[in-house]
Design a protein around this ligand. Sequence first.
Ligand SMILES: [Zn+2]
Length: 439
Amino acid sequence: MADKITSDANPARIISGRVLTEIYMRTNRTLHCLLFIILTAVSRLSAQTNKTVYVIADGIPADVIERLDLPNIKKIIAQGSFTRMHVGGDAGTYNQTPTISAVGYNSLLTGCWVNKHNVPDNDIKAPNYNYQNLFRLIKAQYPAKKTAIFSSWEDNRTKLIGYHLPEAGNVDVDYHFDGYEKDTVNFKHDIASNYMHMIDEKVVTAASSTIKKNGPDLSWVYLEYTDDMGHAHGDSPQFYNAVKMLDVQMGKLFEAIEFRKKHFKENWLLVITTDHGRDEKTGRGHGGQSPRQRNTWMVTNYRPLNTYAERYQPAIVDIMPTITRFMDINVPVNVKREIDGTPLIGKVSVAEPAALFVQGNLDITWKAIDPAGIVKIWLAKTNDYQVGKPDDYQLIGEVAVKDQHVFISVKDRPSMFYKLVLEAPYNTVNKWIVPEAKK
Ligand SMILES: [Zn+2]
């Protein structure tokens, strides 16, 4: 055996003398080829356009979406992710938010709770457009990008987005298929509310064909039938059947997106969520702060969600900064300082900010998600942003993100109200502090 090895070793040495150089050069060529292929693939990927469709399916509690057999939604989750989330703001605090439809839609649109966006019910009397929405932000930075809305409810465009309203930034929406609730000829209103399912079908057909044909950069699809069935029947076969119909509709939408991905250089983010849950006892009502009314969910074709999404408590307000991040929308600093959400994708530095007013000091805490870098602590004593004017933010501290707390005297800045902003390398969070209310 040893002889064999020795005799075999000789030709090998000869090979190493002459042929190895050849092998090395070939390998080198192969490596170069491989590198070239990788670089081409990367540059091709970076040349792709990022587009988003988000769907609000009305009034489906988290447990219902999790319990039912929904093959299309399951397929989307298999490609992407599922997370529970919540609506309703922080219960019992200054930003507690009613678990009502238009309130939830506007929390998604603006990334803010009701104390800022000022849509406390479905009347939508006086939205505060100073808290700029997704449609406005995308058009401000990318005027050529196209937006779309597909919805039974016309108010979503005319009042929430603020279509063509000077006070909402004269925002345009390129494709709009909405207001079908008012069309009693084509959608004859019946007591069983079947017409609302027909409207949703119309909405999904319009969305799928527009996406396939025109590929708008940002689309909002709103579907209502589930909420109607929830109100009429509560937890019931009728309500669950409506959710199954929604599942089929999501299959059509997903197919349209897959079509675009296949035929165009486009990355598509699909987000499906709901605006509120339903009450524990019957499943008919909503609007309050009980856990099942607050518990919502998000289905997306994106993965992976970040540590914040996986380990903390995602909320409907997180969807807006997630979309701006995915679409590379540069949010102006004054807008960013007001956003109550945290991105669910990519790196995040800080989450769950909290502040106590302690005898003229602020006891400020946060959770360090990515511990790198410094958090800048800004304080304003005004809330002029609410009326469209700038606030005077002062830098009151700079602390390592990983420290997760700081105690700062504000005795020389007495006020009945403070706005606190924590600006960290990968994200910015904020908190209101009302010392008198803390008595
Ligand atoms: Zn609703």
